[in-house]
Design a protein around this ligand. Structure first.
Ligand SMILES: Nc1ncnc2c1ncn2[C@@H]1O[C@H](COP(=O)(O)OP(=O)(O)OP(=O)(O)O)[C@@H](O)[C@H]1O
Length: 355
């Protein structure tokens, strides 16, 4: 009987986490039921990360030296090897059935954090602890982790269906037949709402293909083929209009409802997208400004003296805070002596995580 990587409990049914049998029924071993086997996330993953830090060394004077010579630039002090802290003691938690959104301005460290959480950073500069179900991530856990990168790499000449069937043939275990792998791809196409465009080519900037939103969905579908329990996405809504972004996050929400743990970075979510986040982690220059429930962020900042002077999208407010936290600002007080946002500036009182 074929085994399917995305469903079976690792280590013969004794996972590193909660008793799975209490969470969802054991899968029926019938290849005709493959799509229904594949869709439930039967292996919940709780992701904890504590004091995650990342420092990089840069400024190798030998690199690009020919170009520098052509430009007439001799060795300068900036050619010396320097160190930079990209992430500074970031702590947080993502639970099954929830969406954790990493928010922050460009360059604040969102992608770096996601890479760290996905185990994609293995250099000396990395510090801190990342646990899945209270243990160091095992190979089995890594197999159940999907990572959707910011820059998707897809073959422009293949259709959506061809892309996913091809990936399915490559990524799914040899124990599944070709027909079963095709069935898995078909069910993912349907789950991600790609049926309408399944015969459209992916395309690129030269060849007209699927829309930006559909392209993002194909990237997510690509990871969904392995039925991940933990899905990490780097800016899945970048380049999408507000409605397409909302629809995509709705899809993420429905995946979360099936028991998956979703961690996603997002640049500028609309207020209705923000409302779909269970937790948010706000980064500013690699430091955590806030980690906690999305719905409690505004109250938290108000309690520590920061509030917008007019009703606004919480995500915009948090991004303003993150952007302005690095600048020197003047404290402005309203009639009650509260610090207020005024003329686009918000004063910042704390950099600790509001957990
Ligand atoms: N290996 C590296 N060497 C030097 N600097 C790096 C390295 N990796 C990341 N950085 C820097 O760290 C900062 C954070 O980068 P990161 O890509 O994580 O930001 P981001 O929040 O995802 O940005 P964006 O929203 O624009 O994608 C940036 O200033 C980037 O230039």
């Amino acid at each position: 009987m074929p085994t399917f990587n995305g469903v079976e409990t690792p280590n013969g049914g004794s996972p590193d986490g909660p008793d799975q049998s209490k969470i969802c029924p054991p899968p029926r071993r019938d290849s005709r039921d493959l799509p229904s086997l594949m869709l439930p996330s039967c292996y919940p993953i709780t992701l904890k990360f504590m004091e995650v830090g990342y420092r990089v060394k840069y400024g190798n004077k030998n690199k690009g030296s020919n170009i520098k010579r052509i430009l007439g630039h001799g060795p300068t002090s900036s050619d010396q090897i320097q160190e930079r802290t990209i992430l500074n003691e970031i702590t947080g938690l993502a639970s099954p059935g929830e969406i954790l959104a990493i928010l922050g301005p460009s360059g604040s460290g969102k992608s770096t954090l996601l890479n760290a959480l996905a185990g994609r950073i293995q250099t000396n500069g990395f510090t801190g602890t990342i646990l899945t179900n209270n243990k160091k991530p095992t190979k089995q856990i890594m197999k159940r982790t999907g990572f959707v990168t910011q820059d998707d790499l897809l073959y422009p000449h293949l259709t959506v269906r061809e892309t996913l069937v091809f990936c399915s043939l490559l990524r799914l275990p040899k124990s599944l037949s070709k027909q079963e792998k095709t069935t898995v791809a078909e069910s993912v196409i349907s789950e991600l709402g790609l049926t309408k465009c399944e015969n459209t080519i992916i395309g690129n900037s030269f060849i007209r293909g699927v829309s930006g939103g559909e392209r993002k969905r194909v990237s997510i579908a690509h990871e969904m083929l392995i039925n991940p329990s933990l899905l990490i996405l780097d800016e899945p809504t970048s380049g999408l209009d507000a409605t397409a972004a909302y629809r995509l996050v709705l899809t993420l929400g429905s995946l979360a409802q099936k028991g998956k743990t979703i961690v996603t970075s997002m640049h500028q979510p609309s207020s209705r997208v923000y409302q779909m986040f269970d937790s948010v982690l706000v980064l500013s220059e690699g430091r955590c400004l806030y980690f906690g429930k999305g719905g409690e962020a505004m109250a938290y900042f108000e309690s520590v003296g920061y509030s917008p002077s007019f009703p606004m999208n919480p995500a915009d407010f948090l991004l303003d805070l993150a952007n302005e936290s690095k600048d020197e600002m003047t404290v402005e007080l309203d009639g009650d002596g509260k610090r207020v946002r005024s003329g686009g500036s918000i004063t910042k009182k704390t950099t600790s995580c509001g957990m």
